[in-house]
Write a protein that binds this ligand. Structure first.
Ligand SMILES: Cc1cc2nc3c(=O)[nH]c(=O)nc-3n(C[C@H](O)[C@H](O)[C@H](O)COP(=O)(O)OP(=O)(O)OC[C@H]3O[C@@H](n4cnc5c(N)ncnc54)[C@H](O)[C@@H]3O)c2cc1C
Length: 457
């Protein structure tokens, strides 16, 4: 199901045929979002034969609903990474993301891609959390990031402080994806149902492959890998308004309930009101963004609204690398923490190197097999506890909604679903799967519908 956003509404990517029968290939990539398409693109550049299998349409997943800031400034992260992982790995994280921005520039320049790419500064701004933001500034300097502290911004409200990174960027993600996907073989409307040691089974045929890449946002094979115990999902909302003066920089507030801001064409994108998927049973998110728009940009008018979600890991770092020690030819790119533009490019660079047998100097910090610190290990227990509670306790589902679906348990691991009145969706608070009001899967890890009258419970 294609999600409606400004990006998807203004550019359409030509349809591709589904897989027709069985084939054999070097590498099969599951998922035609930013991560999957970029991985295929870089693998092809290295001379490897690969295909992408996409359950629905290219860019129809979370990539179509992003805000597409391209930055190594990932909220408050560097002070934390230095503390939990040490300076070497924290620097590796920063350098990998900076390298991703430079790689975007190079791909866009070399292929003459018209995607509204605009180099600009990125800012974090603070009101109450000025001390934390200043610590982040010191951490960034310590890691060699050319960061600056300022109190002056172009925002219509006063901030106590702002942290500026230069030479960051913003773009139109679907214009970019359209051009890049033109270079790779993609089969759309082809859903992977089973993954084996030497290939995948789909609803349209089987693919034999030496390497398998899970770029399907949330990996749906539970064992091995155990990603369901080490990730949850968070939703956020975007309001696109006309009539607000353009911003040169891209912005993110670090205080609770503050805003994410960027200009896109004649629109201002106002993002925020994030929550763990499955935990919004009251609604009102767009209303809050509308109030912010009315307060700070009183002449503005709503043009689009959309929402999306992303996978959050235990230690704030994506999982990019081997799926599991037990599966040497399975690879994964997930857990992007709402920073999937650079993280997708980092994934493509690391995974294409791993598959072609080259050493990548940034792979260690992202390894899914990495040691996680004590604090993060505590989060594993919290995640497992969350699953156990939601397995036994239904959460706030109105009686009249239950008739339309066969069950109100998630088809992934059986957790009780909650009803999101804002989106009119059933959502799993454990792992973030979502179903429309008739029970059709919108977002994984669930792969099976819960529609009334079909399949097993
Ligand atoms: C509101 C919001 C704003 C954001 N803004 C930014 C930002 O400004 N900058 C930034 O860097 N990041 C941002 N992000 C994060 C970024 O959008 C995501 O991390 C990124 O788009 C994820 O890309 P992906 O390729 O991993 O997933 P997706 O785009 O979801 O692609 C995965 C694809 O896999 C397919 N798939 C799933 N299961 C199967 C299967 N069984 N068989 C075949 N195909 C399958 C799906 O259909 C989907 O198309 C934001 C996230 C949110 C929620």
């Amino acid at each position: 199901m294609q999600k409606k956003s400004y990006w998807n509404e203004t550019v359409s990517i030509p349809a591709r045929n589904p897989l027709a029968g069985d084939i054999s290939i070097d590498t099969v990539i599951i998922g035609g979002g930013m991560a999957g398409i970029l991985t295929a693109f870089l693998l092809k550049k290295k001379g490897r034969e690969c295909i992408v299998l996409e359950a629905e349409r290219i860019g129809g997943g979370q990539t179509g609903c992003t805000t597409a800031k391209v930055t190594s400034q990932h909220n408050l992260i560097y002070a934390d990474l230095i503390k939990t992982k040490g300076e070497v790995l924290a620097r590796q994280y920063a350098q990998a993301n900076e390298a991703a921005i430079r790689e975007y520039e190079s791909v866009i320049r070399q292929n003459k891609i018209d995607c509204d790419w605009k180099e600009c500064p990125a800012y974090l701004y603070a009101d109450r959390k000025k001390t934390e933001l200043h610590n982040e500034y010191m951490a960034a300097l310590h890691l060699g990031i050319p960061a600056r502290w300022t109190e002056d911004t172009e925002l219509p409200f006063r901030v106590e402080g702002a942290l500026r990174f230069d030479a960051q960027a913003r773009f139109h993600p679907i214009k970019f994806l359209k051009a890049v996907s033109d270079e790779v073989t993609v089969f759309e409307n082809t859903k992977v149902i089973k993954v084996t040691d030497n290939g995948v089974e789909t609803d349209k045929g089987n693919v034999q492959a030496a390497n398998i890449v899970f770029a399907c946002h949330y990996p749906f094979v539970n064992i091995p890998g155990y990603y369901f115990m080490r990730m949850y999902q968070e939703r956020s909302y975007v309001l696109a308004v006309k009539g607000a003066p353009p911003l040169n920089g891209v912005y993110l507030g670090v205080d609770q309930d503050s805003l994410s801001l960027r200009t896109a064409g004649e629109l201002l994108l106002i993002g925020g009101e994030g929550h763990r998927t499955g935990e919004d049973t009251c609604g009102g998110q767009y209303g809050k963004l509308k109030s912010a728009a009315a307060r700070w940009w009183p002449d503005s008018k709503e043009a689009y609204r959309w929402s999306a979600q992303d996978c959050m890991t235990l230690d704030k770092v994506p999982y990019i690398g081997r799926y599991s020690r037990r599966k040497q030819n399975w690879f994964v790119a997930t857990g992007f923490q709402k920073w999937g533009m650079t993280s997708s490019m980092v994934s493509a660079m690391i995974l294409s190197d791993m598959i072609t047998g080259e050493k990548n100097r940034h792979e260690e910090v992202f390894s899914p097999q990495r040691h996680i610190g004590q604090d993060a290990a505590g989060n594993v227990c919290k995640e497992s506890g969350h699953t156990a509670v939601t397995l036994t306790k239904p959460s706030g589902l109105p009686e009249d909604k239950k008739e339309k679906v066969r069950t109100t348990r998630c088809s992934h691991l059986g957790c009780h679903l909650s009803w999101n009145p804002e989106e009119k969706t059933y959502e799993c608070p454990c792992h973030g799967s979502r179903f429309d009001c008739r029970g059709r899967v919108i977002d994984g890890p669930a792969q099976k519908d819960i529609t009334a009258g079909g399949g097993d419970e």
